[in-house]
Design a protein around this ligand. Structure first.
Ligand code: ZN
Length: 69
């Protein structure tokens, strides 16, 4: 399975400089399939995973989550 991720320009508080920040993407096709198979029940889990991903940005150089976009 292919890993989907995002990369953006950001700033790291640990490195104290501008760096690239990244986060792992959500496999929406997989979640859509599971939602259909469970008659919509899975959409609750899908929502929780999506919300959790919002704060998942990390510095590409040191791995710190103390970053801003
Ligand atoms: Zn850093």
């Amino acid at each position: 399975m292919e890993m989907v991720g995002e990369k953006k320009n950001g700033a790291c508080r640990t490195c104290i400089k501008h760096v690239f920040v990244f986060r792992k993407g959500t496999n929406h096709l997989l979640h859509l399939t599971l939602t259909v198979m469970t008659f919509g029940v899975w959409s609750i889990i899908w929502l929780l995973i999506s919300l959790n991903k919002l704060g998942g940005w990390r510095c590409i150089e040191c791995g710190s989550s103390e970053v801003r976009l």
